[in-house]
Design a protein around this ligand. Structure first.
Ligand SMILES: Nc1ncnc2c1ncn2[C@@H]1O[C@H](COP(=O)(O)OP(=O)(O)OP(=O)(O)O)[C@@H](O)[C@H]1O
Length: 252
């Protein structure tokens, strides 16, 4: 059941990729993500993390079950309404940055506002640009920036429309340790200072330790749900999962 402090909720969500050999990527997953919290989603390769992120963000539709962003049931929306919801209420940060190469840093940051036809709040834009430390680079193009700077542009772009939820898929995957720490601190500040909700897929226990909660997937299900477990416990849980042999391998 939906509760008022849920930023995102998924109820009995399943996703099967059809084909010659159908793949059950998510099997009746239930999860709630409270407003103003940061959750790390972890688990072995192929366990369903990205599929969950895509379904929860309205980038893909589940085969069955219900996804809500706030009180909005995504299954009740047309494609057009879903596009608008993604633009207005959700932000995205991906490993590959996904910036538009032909646009300047400033134009990239302002793109979501331009697309939604809303006049950006100048004071807020200035604050976001300051927070990500890119004030001196607004006229540069993404190719003229380091990886960490490009990811900071992507985060500024995700913050500028003040989305309720920011979905991140391996946001630090392409970054060195120091730059990753800066990017994670920025995401953390979106939660602590602006009350936004962050849901982040990551393989990195250190990145996950910035979260308020870590959920671990295996075989399309949540197998662990840990409040602030710390790097050590996260690493231990992942190692335990890693040692589990796939069924086929055990039989063979
Ligand atoms: N478009 C697709 N068509 C068919 N199968 C898919 C498709 N996308 C994902 N899958 C399968 O669904 C399962 C879950 O994939 P998903 O990408 O969600 O896993 P993941 O946990 O994010 O993995 P990784 O950590 O490697 O990114 C995998 O078995 C994958 O092969």
């Amino acid at each position: 059941m939906y509760q008022a402090d849920d930023a995102v909720s998924v109820e009995r969500v399943s996703k099967t990729y059809e084909g010659d050999q159908p793949v059950v990527a998510l099997a009746e997953v239930d999860a709630r993500f409270r407003r103003g919290t940061m959750t790390a989603v972890m688990g072995p390769s192929g366990s369903g993390k990205s599929t969950l992120l895509h379904c929860a963000a309205g980038l893909d539709r589940p085969t069955s079950g219900r996804v809500r962003i706030g009180a909005t049931d995504l299954s009740s929306l047309s494609e057009k309404q879903l596009t608008r919801l993604r633009r207005d209420r959700v932000g995205f940060v991906f490993q590959a940055f996904n910036l538009v190469g032909a646009l300047t840093v400033e134009q990239n940051i302002m793109l979501p506002s331009r697309l939604s036809g809303r006049r950006p709040d100048r004071a807020w834009v200035t604050e976001v640009v300051e927070r990500v430390g890119l004030g001196g680079r607004l006229r540069h193009r993404p190719s003229e920036l380091s990886g960490g700077q490009q990811q900071r542009v992507a985060i500024a772009r995700a913050l500028v429309t003040r989305p309720e939820v920011i979905f991140c898929d391996e946001p630090t995957g392409a970054l060195d340790t120091q730059t990753a720490a800066e990017v994670l601190a920025l995401l953390r500040s979106a939660v602590d200072q602006t009350g936004q909700t962050v849901i982040m897929v990551t393989h990195d226990p250190v990145a996950a330790s910035y979260a308020d909660r870590v959920v671990v997937f295996a075989d399309g299900r949540i197998v662990q749900d840990m409040p602030q477990p710390g790097v050590q416990r996260i690493a231990e849980q992942l190692a335990l999962l890693g040692r589990r042999q796939p069924v086929a391998a055990r039989e063979g």
